[in-house]
Every structure is written in structure tokens, then in C-alpha cells.
Design a protein around this ligand. Structure first.
Ligand code: FE2
Length: 373
């Protein structure tokens, strides 16, 4: 059903082939890289910094199957990156798209109302060239278009291979970015839905109102935008009136603006992946134990042992196409802002609507401890 709603015309309008990388501005890129390797099973890929001729910043690139994270920190005071970290804490700055033509993508986006981050530029080394360009989206988050068809190097010009022969923890089975959720301000959701439609040719595939997503205390609204080929999905949340402060408001307060709330990473075996992540110290949200008393009545027959899901706190939901299994980490930095979701889809194309209530109650319990409910 959901697939049918995807606007086929948008494929010609703005060909985006997938997510190229996600760049986070972080306080300590070296330690962050170690964390993503040790805790999440990412592999060392590329590096740029003083040794490659940069004077003001350092980046480590880590990869797991199709997922690439770039972790960037400043090397001195007074930089734009440092200011970003001071305001927002660690967080996503760039969501980069793979495109066939970064100049065409940029010009089309600007023509349709996007604000420029940087104009198309070519970067070369002895492995070839890439062309890149960039536009702003919500908050200070940006999209960078990457054209890499004439490049055969490890990541991009300016980077060299990051070799860590003595420390390469095994992966945890994470495959690709399933979706990335943005939190935007009061009454801003439709503005950004419109932006993704007009500027990037995305289509709206789902929407949830505050009736769908509310507990006794907190509420939010969400619309899910999808790229023409369906490979990129961006749910966009805005807060809704509730008796107490919603998790979206808490995010906006602590991030000091709009930004990426969570990155959902796909696995083919969530039980194995989550067991592994837990043993490496990744912390997950705990839903109330009564969740498992009724879950099978709601979702019907599933392949997994419910006792195992309960032990790991993995959630299940079903839609017309199949079911999905999902779990959410606690925030991965001091501020209660960004977190990860681990998701395994068994046919389902939706986002776990049936789990929202239990999940929000789990989040509220944590908000209460933080005194931010
Ligand atoms: Fe999600």
C-alpha cells in the first residue's frame, strides 16, 4: 500500500540514489570513532586532519556495510564547527546524498527554493575526482550532494586510508540507514514536508497526528517523506499540545534548535545484533514489561521467540505488508538529544505506530528522572 503512494514522477525530477554518508560534529572525533568501533562495530575507513594538510579540523570516517559516519572535531577555537558543538552538543550536521550529477541536483534544489550551503565544487586527487554541492534543511542541518562516479579512492579527496591494524572489533550486523528522523519546531512540520516535496521531489508516504502519537502526558505529530526510489525516508516530527512537555520539545530545548533526532540502522538479525550491542555497552530504552503480555495478540504469529524479545526489550509491530522489530538506544551524548534505532523489517514498510504508546511511556520515565517532563 505504502509503495503505491510513492510518486513515480519524482524519480526524474531529482535523482537521489541513496545516503552517501552522515557527518556528525563532535567534541572529540578520535574518541567518538573509538566509540562507534567498539560499541557499534563500525570499521576504520578514512582520516583527514593535520597529517593530510588540514589545519583547523580532523575527521575520522567509520563504516559498516553501506553505513558511513564521518566524525569531525575542530583543532582550534573560534571555528564554525566549534560554535556548532557549543550550541547543539554532538549532533548530525550533514546528511549526504549520492547523486549522478551534483551540479544538476544543486541547481534544481536552488531553483525550487533551497538555501545554498555551498555551490558545486570539484575535488581531485590521484584516484579521480568528486563533485559536491550543498543546501540547508531544517535548523543548521545540511544536505550535501555527492557525485562520485569518477572517483575510485577510499572515501573522498583529502582523506587517506585510516589503518588500525591492532584494533578492529567485529561488526554487529548493521547494514544500511533505514530512515532518519528530524525534530522541527511548533507548526513547522508542514513547512518542511513542503520543502522535501518541492526542493527534493520527495513524496509523503505516511502521517500520524497527535491522536496516534500521544500518552496521557505528551503528544507529537509526524509525517514521513520518501525519496523517489524509496531509499531515503525522513519522518519529520513536531511537538503537539499535551499535559506535559513532549520528547520533541525536550529535544528542541537541549539541541537548541531543530535537528536530527534519530538514525535508524537496519539489520537482518535484530536478536543477534542487539545481544551484541548490549554486550559492548550500548544502552537501550526499556518498555514496561506488560508490553509483552499483549503484543502477540496485536501482531499475530512471528518467527522470533517472544521470551527472547522480552529479555532484550525488542518491540514488534505489524502493518498490511508484514511486521517489523525495533529497539531504541538511550541518547548517545550528555544532552538528551540524538539516539539510534535498530530495526529489522520482515515485510513491514511502516515505522512502528503500534509501539508509540509503550515507547513514549518509556521515554517519559527517563524524562521524569531528568526533571524535563
Ligand atoms: Fe524511527
Amino acid at each position: 500500500m505504502i509503495k503505491e503512494k510513492i510518486n513515480k514522477n519524482s524519480i526524474d525530477f531529482m535523482p537521489i540514489n541513496g545516503t552517501d554518508y552522515i557527518e556528525l560534529y563532535v567534541g572529540n572525533s578520535k574518541q567518538a570513532a573509538h566509540f562507534y568501533k567498539t560499541a557499534f562495530g563500525f570499521q576504520s575507513l578514512a582520516y583527514s586532519g593535520l597529517e593530510t594538510g588540514l589545519k583547523d579540523r580532523e575527521s575520522y570516517v567509520v563504516a559498516q556495510d553501506k553505513i558511513r559516519l564521518v566524525l569531525t572535531s575542530p583543532l582550534k577555537s573560534g571555528t564554525e564547527i566549534g560554535r556548532h558543538i557549543d550550541q547543539h552538543g554532538d549532533g548530525v550536521k550533514v546528511v549526504a546524498f549520492i547523486v549522478d550529477d551534483a551540479t544538476y541536483a544543486y541547481e534544481t534544489a536552488i531553483k525550487n527554493g533551497a538555501k545554498s550551503y555551498f555551490t558545486p565544487k570539484t575535488e581531485k586527487d590521484d584516484q579521480g575526482e568528486i563533485i559536491k554541492s550543498g543546501i540547508y534543511t531544517y535548523g543548521e542541518t545540511v544536505h550535501v550532494f555527492i557525485e562520485r562516479k569518477n572517483y575510485s579512492g577510499i572515501f573522498m579527496p583529502g582523506y587517506r586510508k585510516w589503518k588500525t591494524p591492532e584494533y578492529n572489533p567485529p561488526n554487529t550486523g548493521l547494514k544500511f540507514v533505514d530512515h532518519m528522523v528530524g525534530n522541527v519546531g511548533w507548526n513547522k512540520m508542514d513547512i518542511w514536508v513542503n520543502f522535501y516535496q518541492k526542493v527534493l521531489g520527495f513524496s509523503q508516504i505516511l502521517s500520524f497526528d497527535d491522536e496516534d502519537i500521544s500518552t496521557d502526558y505528551t503528544a507529537l505529530m509526524s509525517k514521513v517523506m520518501s525519496s523517489g526510489n524509496g531509499k531515503i525516508k525522513f519522518p519529520i516530527n513536531e511537538p503537539a499540545e499535551g499535559k506535559k512537555k513532549s520528547q520533541v520539545e525536550e529535544f528542541l530545548d537541549f539541541y537548541e534548535g531543530e535537528g536530527i533526532q534519530h538514525i535508524a540502522l537496519s539489520t537482518d538479525n535484530i536478536v543477534k545484533t542487539v545481544t551484541d550491542l548490549k554486550s559492548r555497552g550500548v544502552e537501550f530504552l526499556k518498555v514496561p514489561s506488560y508490553y509483552y503480555d499483549s503484543v502477540l495478540n496485536r501482531v499475530g504469529k512471528i518467527d522470533e521467540e517472544i521470551s527472547q524479545l522480552k529479555k532484550l526489550n525488542i518491540l514488534v509491530d505489524r502493518d498490511d505488508e508484514g511486521y517489523l522489530l525495533q529497539i531504541f538506544t538511550r541518547p548517545i551524548e550528555p544532552r538528551p538529544t540524538m539516539f539510534f534505532e535498530i530495526i529489522q523489517r520482515k515485510g513491514a514498510l511502516s515505522f512502528g505506530k503500534g509501539n508509540f504508546k509503550a515507547l513514549f511511556e518509556a521515554i517519559e520515565k527517563e524524562q521524569e528522572l531528568r526533571g524535563t517532563l
